[in-house]
Ligand binder design. Structure first.
Ligand SMILES: Cc1cc2nc3c(=O)[nH]c(=O)nc-3n(C[C@H](O)[C@H](O)[C@H](O)COP(=O)(O)OP(=O)(O)OC[C@H]3O[C@@H](n4cnc5c(N)ncnc54)[C@H](O)[C@@H]3O)c2cc1C
Length: 358
């Protein structure tokens, strides 16, 4: 491709932009803690990486409950060589997002926010990713997309009503309201307790016959159940959500419960649709993506995983603490295949790139 000076300047600018669109060493999809840790690792190894993020920096942590404290200590959330300062033993959500902002600023990481990766085309050494803003080219791809964008749906009528939420921020708006919380794990316990303490009338609906919560959360919940601040329906399922009530199937038969809001704290899963659409294979059961545990390379050569996305539906398996070293594994894997010098060398042009660029 070359610039044709018989064409107008706008057209030439377009062609010039195509020529100049650089081939990066790596594109990292997702600016969560795992994606950022990877970017730092690439930077340490003098590889040129760009992070493409569909929302804002560390959007998952940003969307956590306002009053939340991590169970990890500050040192457990640190990435790269950057120290985190927190007032207490367990950092707050606010302290964490401030820390990740400072890391990005100090390390001068290249982050493109509000840009969604739509597809991954090409081959190792020459991938081209179509995004909501254009195309990014890179030799390697790291998928660090987490799971928080894909809640486990109930699959019941009424789930799409605006009063139904899969995310919780703060209890205040629910004062004096009838709220159903669905779930039996930590998130459901925390949400039920916070809502009850803020004066909501809470019914907790759980399909199991016991709670799977940390002892402190469970104790707080049980204290409010004992004082009848929270009603509980065990071995029960919400079967339909209506504007002013929800239908619940209980061991004693179908019940209708007055209701203003529903919090379905039923967990999340990796975006399997995005993975399969881009030729990244899943396990035979389809419950998690497959990858090489040594290098974190996915079943699609040249595409690597970092962070919680790897857990598939088992989201509790991978935390920030356990994923912040994924970048080092990926880097070692890439280096073992080809020396970094080769990785950064010129790639053969992919004819599909021009087609993708239109
Ligand atoms: C309530 C709660 C408390 C937790 N407490 C702790 C704790 O104390 N300690 C701990 O270690 N872990 C904790 N975790 C787990 C931790 O938050 C996650 O493991 C961590 O956020 C995962 O990081 P990640 O970078 O893999 O994914 P995420 O942080 O989810 O980042 C993924 C990013 O990818 C972006 N993205 C997705 N798809 C695309 C696309 N197509 N194009 C561009 N961008 C895309 C998303 O917008 C998102 O910003 C907690 C989780 C929850 C829910």
């Amino acid at each position: 491709m070359s610039i044709d000076y018989t064409k107008n300047s706008r057209e030439n600018a377009r062609i010039n932009a195509k020529i100049l669109m650089s081939l990066r060493d790596a594109v990292i999809i997702g600016a969560g803690p795992a994606g950022l840790a990877c970017a730092l690792e690439f930077q340490k190894n003098e590889a040129d990486a760009v992070v493409v993020e569909k929302d804002c920096l560390t959007s998952t942590v940003y969307r956590f409950p306002d009053q939340m404290r991590f169970f990890s200590s500050a040192s457990g959330l640190e990435i790269g060589d950057f120290r985190m300062h927190a007032e207490g033993n367990q950092p707050t959500r606010g302290e964490a997002i401030r820390y990740y902002r400072e890391v990005v600023s100090q390390a001068r990481l290249d982050i493109r926010q509000r840009e969604t990766v739509l597809s991954i085309d090409g081959v190792p050494g020459n991938f081209h990713l179509r995004t909501s803003r254009g195309t990014v080219r890179a030799r390697q791809v790291v998928v660090a997309t987490g799971y928080y964008g894909s809640p486990n749906l109930l699959g019941v009528p009424g789930e799409s009503l605006p009063k139904v939420a899969h995310y919780y921020r703060d209890a205040h708006p629910y004062f004096g309201s009838d709220v159903v919380v669905i779930g039996g794990r930590n998130s459901a316990g925390i949400v039920a307790v916070e809502l009850a303490d803020a004066g909501a009338r809470v019914t907790l609906v759980h399909r199991g016959d016991r709670f799977g919560m940390k002892p402190a959360i469970r104790a707080a919940l049980e204290a409010r159940i004992a004082s009848q601040q929270i009603q509980v329906l065990m071995r029960s399922r919400v079967t339909a959500i209506h504007q002013f009530f929800v239908a619940v199937d209980t061991p004693r038969g179908e019940r209708e419960i007055a209701n203003d809001f529903v919090f379905a704290m039923t967990g999340y899963h990796a975006d399997f649709e995005f993975l399969t659409r881009n030729g990244i294979p899943l396990s035979p059961c389809g419950d998690r993506p497959i990858y090489d545990p040594e290098t974190l390379e996915s079943g699609r050569p040249g595409v690597y995983f970092a962070g919680a996305v790897m857990a598939g539906v088992y989201t509790h398996e991978i935390a920030i603490e356990s994923s912040r070293h994924h970048g080092a594994k990926i880097m070692a894997g890439i280096s073992s295949k080809s020396k970094l010098g080769e990785m950064c060398g010129a790639a053969a042009p992919d004819p599909r790139l021009d087609a993708a660029l239109g």
